[in-house]
Design a protein around this ligand. Structure first.
Ligand code: SGN
Ligand code: CA
Length: 528
């Protein structure tokens, strides 16, 4: 028997081995026998599966994203490993979990110690560009070209940083990003394959739609999820202690577009929201402001007249309507943009040899449990859309079974591009799955870890494991509490069966599974 090592020793060894290997990454792939595909990686910000019609929900039609799915493959079991922006983006770039690439929350700067996906693709002969949201604090020098939003960016008349230079654009963010992406495609070097990232701001908070979609859903009532009035019984205290309830934490002006606000509505909380609102609304031109005032005026007047008489439930449901409609209106622009890109590829004869990916940095709560935002390991924020179209060579259809995670994207794209997958990547290429082949040793569970607490929305730190049927969550740090869900019997995750003797064996097995993954992935034992 070999020498038994403890977790700390295991992690140390894994790190040391990892450090010695960048040199082993393949050099320029100039003599490849196959034609390297172009890659367009479209990533929205906070786009939940339920906000895409081909994912089965009827909230709104997204014909262009659906078309991509019809011509490609839709993954129903794609998950993020830390449901928040910067960590997820860094995982996509590195193929590593948060603790390994170092960006465990949105507050940290991305300082990669090894070549990231665009650099590895450059080594494989690609030209690379990033247009849209970056959010990793550093300057995205690893791309040949960047045109990025500073920080979270703005919906209207946004600033951008183009190759290090700040400029202000006029118009709506999703349109500008699409135009700039297409402009880069037109000007690219046609001798080289390309990797283009189109990273949208929408549908991120505060959900400001383009003027052309302000009237979408007018006079319609969109269904609220059945868990909207969740009372959090049986769950750990974290579910109650969050600060992301539509009814309580969405700002009237900034989030729900109730403007102008009356004196009585200006609590301390609303004063903050009002300042945020003035900041974003102040960016609009006079013409844009007029269109906004016209679009919201009647409903806001009605709210002013009637809301004093409403019950708490009625008020919460009104807020939900405003929230979900604005969220989906911003999605309408994303769908439009996907259509424009697909059309461009066709027109240029690029459709056949371009892999087009549609995804998001994570999922989002669209009113489930009464919430907006993400962070929790619950399904609406954990599950993330993933659609891949590559007309040459990949199988079409829907993959419901295989659990794919965000760290798998980098190795997969590298393999599709004919590059080599460096050993420091913790994800695994799912190229075979894309080709419709059965991969018998594919993972049966995956590990999740959320760290950003204390912070906005007050979601407690937790880690956990999800298998096809079960999910075990461990809240630690300021809480010590466990949740176990049987997703087959309880897909909405309302019934924590951690204490149920019927689940004793499953609970123990999953707890072992958490430890196994922590060891394998090198998760530090001490809090980070
Ligand atoms: C901002 C939002 C939060 C959101 C984080 C992280 N507030 O702080 O609601 O959770 O971003 O989002 S806002 O008032 O600035 O809109 S993330 O997608 O970047 O992780
Ligand atoms: Ca996000």
């Amino acid at each position: 028997m070999g020498k038994k090592i403890n977790r700390r020793e295991f992690i140390k060894q894994a790190t040391v081995t990892g450090l010695a290997l960048p040199q082993l990454v393949s050099q320029v792939a100039c003599l490849r026998k196959f034609k390297q595909p172009n890659i367009i990686f479209i990533m929205a910000d906070d786009h939940a599966c339920r906000g895409i019609s081909c994912y089965g929900d009827r909230l709104m039609p997204t014909p262009n994203i659906d078309r991509l799915a019809e011509e490609g493959k839709r993954f129903d079991s794609f998950f993020t490993t830390n449901s928040i922006c910067a960590p997820s983006r860094a995982s996509i770039l590195t193929g590593q979990y948060s603790h390994r690439h170092g960006v465990i929350d949105n507050r940290l700067e991305f300082k990669p110690r090894r070549p990231t996906l665009p650099q590895l693709l450059q080594q494989a002969g690609y030209q690379t560009a990033l247009v849209g949201k970056w959010h990793l604090k550093s300057s995205p020098e690893e791309f040949d070209y960047h045109f990025v939003l500073p920080g979270q960016g703005h919906y209207y008349n946004p600033d951008f940083i183009e190759q290090g230079q700040k400029i202000q654009e006029h118009g709506y963010v999703t349109k500008i990003i699409s135009e700039r992406a297409i402009a880069w495609l037109k000007a690219r070097d046609k001798q080289q394959p390309f990797f283009l990232c189109v990273h949208h701001k929408a549908p991120h908070r505060n959900w400001m739609p383009d003027i052309e979609f302000l009237d979408l859903f007018r006079d319609q009532n969109l269904p609220a999820p059945k868990t909207f009035f969740d009372d959090y019984q049986s769950r750990c205290p974290a579910a109650k202690l969050q600060e992301m309830r539509i009814a309580d934490h969405a700002y009237l002006a900034y989030d729900l577009k109730l403007f102008p606000l009356e004196e009585r509505q200006l609590t301390e909380h609303e004063q903050t929201g009002w300042e945020y609102w003035m900041n974003v609304f102040g960016r609009l031109t006079e013409g844009q402001k007029k269109a906004w005032e016209k679009a919201y005026r009647d409903e806001n007047e009605e709210f002013k007249l009637k809301s004093k008489k409403w019950t708490e439930e009625e008020l919460a449901l009104w807020k939900y309507q405003r929230y979900i409609k604005d969220y989906l209106r911003t999605v309408a622009s994303i769908d439009q943009s996907v259509g424009q890109l697909l059309e461009f590829l066709e027109k240029e004869g690029l459709a056949e040899n371009t892999v087009v990916i549609y995804t998001s940095d994570q999922g989002f709560f669209l009113g489930e449990h009464g919430w907006f935002d993400k962070r929790f390991m619950y399904e609406p924020s954990l599950r993330t859309p993933l659609i891949i179209r590559y007309p040459e060579g990949l199988e079409k259809g829907v993959d419901r079974e295989n659990m794919i995670i965000n760290v798998d994207l980098a190795p997969t794209l590298l393999e599709l591009a004919g590059g080599e997958i460096p050993c420091w990547m913790q994800g695994r290429s799912f190229k075979k799955i894309l080709q419709g082949k059965k991969v018998s040793d594919w993972r049966q569970s995956f590990y999740y870890h959320y760290y950003e607490y204390p912070a906005v929305h007050a979601v407690r730190r937790h880690c956990g494991v999800r298998s096809k049927r079960y999910k075990l969550i461990h809240y630690y740090y300021d809480l010590e509490c466990w949740e176990l869900f049987d997703l087959e019997r309880d897909p909405d995750e309302l019934n924590n069966c951690y204490g149920d003797p019927e689940y004793q064996e499953i609970k123990d097995r999953l707890a072992q599974e958490i430890l196994r993954w922590q060891t394998e992935l090198g998760v530090p034992e001490d809090e980070i």
